[in-house]
Design a protein around this ligand. Structure first.
Ligand SMILES: NC(=O)c1ccc[n+]([C@@H]2O[C@H](COP(=O)([O-])OP(=O)(O)OC[C@H]3O[C@@H](n4cnc5c(N)ncnc54)[C@H](O)[C@@H]3O)[C@@H](O)[C@H]2O)c1
Length: 320
């Protein structure tokens, strides 16, 4: 039995508590930001309003505080959105903690000062001095995990022993873990698939979306090589696995379908998805300055065209 703390009580952090508890760990969840999730998790019946399930009575909710992070845990799980990474990085930096950290958050950051793109694990290691960071990615809709639908994910760490030991702690019959040493490839794939899911969603028929799917894979291959990830990661869970689930049923592809119908991003957001976070759009804004400047435009025409559409709030014209 391990002591696990999950930071982030949104859909993913809360769904993740389910296999962790089932594997007989002592699980604490904390929420630093959202009043809605604090209310859900501290309520008597622990009904989670995003997942629409009651969480286990064994799950302990604690108010977020610096003191809580100082307590002894065997695993720290970060399940915040990308916008929470700087916040939690700063909190953890001061602790000089050697506890293994597992990052569920997907995304990339453009470091304006160094003019480079960083993955989340790079930020935690380089900027916030977290030492022992692994990442967990792959095709996982939080609502499906919460209903114990069979789910496979990949844990990446250059030291595969650490990844496997985390896998042993969190996996169950329905939550299966694979392993990879290609941390950068896994992180870049799991972030950029949100943009490609929007592009595929913009196809207005299965035939056109399939064509966009195939062209997206070619661009992802180019980008992974550019960022020095491994080509084989594209065909793994963090690559085509996650792209499939996002293109078939996520918020990104839903927004993509409105863009494909001729709405601008702002108009579609206001009309159809006013309360939804569209991660692909946030990532597009984050990485656009770097992509426009540094990457050969001819190699990734779908991405370039899409970024211009989002940044300029234009109508999307798919060119393949
Ligand atoms: N690794 C996986 O298997 C997997 C699967 C699904 C989602 N995810 C990722 O997990 C992350 C969270 O997704 P979710 O579905 O739980 O989203 P959500 O919107 O349900 O929850 C977001 C969480 O981030 C916190 N947050 C938001 N803005 C913040 C800020 N500025 N400062 C601090 N905290 C902030 C919220 O309070 C909440 O805890 C995303 O990056 C998503 O891509 C990972």
């Amino acid at each position: 039995m391990k002591k696990i703390i999950i930071i982030g009580g949104g859909a993913m952090g809360s769904a993740f508590t389910i296999p962790c508890l089932e594997n007989n760990n002592k699980v604490t969840i904390t929420e630093p930001y959202s009043k809605r999730f604090i209310k859900d998790l501290s309520s008597k019946d622990k009904f989670h309003s995003a997942l629409k399930v009651k969480l286990s009575k064994k799950l302990k909710f604690r108010k977020f505080s610096k003191e809580l992070l100082k307590e002894k845990f065997d695993l720290i799980v970060i399940a915040l959105s990308l916008s929470g990474i700087d916040f939690i990085g700063k909190e953890l930096k001061n602790l000089k903690n050697k506890t293994p950290i597992l990052v569920l958050t997907k995304g990339l950051k453009y470091e304006k000062k160094d003019k480079k793109i960083s993955t989340i694990s790079e930020q935690l290691k380089n900027k916030y001095k977290s030492i022992n960071v692994s990442v967990l990615k792959g095709p996982c809709l939080a609502k499906e995990l919460a209903r114990k639908n069979q789910t496979s994910v990949v844990i990446a760490n250059k030291n595969i022993k650490i990844a496997k030991s985390i896998g042993k702690t969190i996996s169950t019959k329905y939550y299966l873990t694979e392993y990879s040493r290609d941390v950068i490839g896994v992180e870049v794939c799991s972030a950029i698939k949100n943009i490609y899911a929007m592009i595929i969603g913009a196809g207005q028929s299965l035939n056109s979306s399939s064509n966009l799917f195939q062209k997206s894979i070619l661009e992802m291959k180019y980008l992974i090589k550019y960022f020095k990830g491994k080509d084989e990661t594209i065909s793994g869970l963090a690559g085509v696995g996650d792209l499939y689930v996002s293109a078939a049923g996520g918020r990104n592809s839903k927004m993509g379908s409105y863009l494909g119908k001729g709405f601008t991003f702002k108009a579609a957001k206001k009309k159809f998805m006013p309360n939804d976070t569209v991660e692909g759009e946030q990532l597009a804004r984050e990485i656009a300055p770097f992509i426009f400047k540094k990457i050969d435009k001819k190699k990734i025409p779908l991405m370039i065209n899409f970024l211009k559409t989002i940044i300029g709030n234009k109508k999307l014209k798919i060119k393949v």
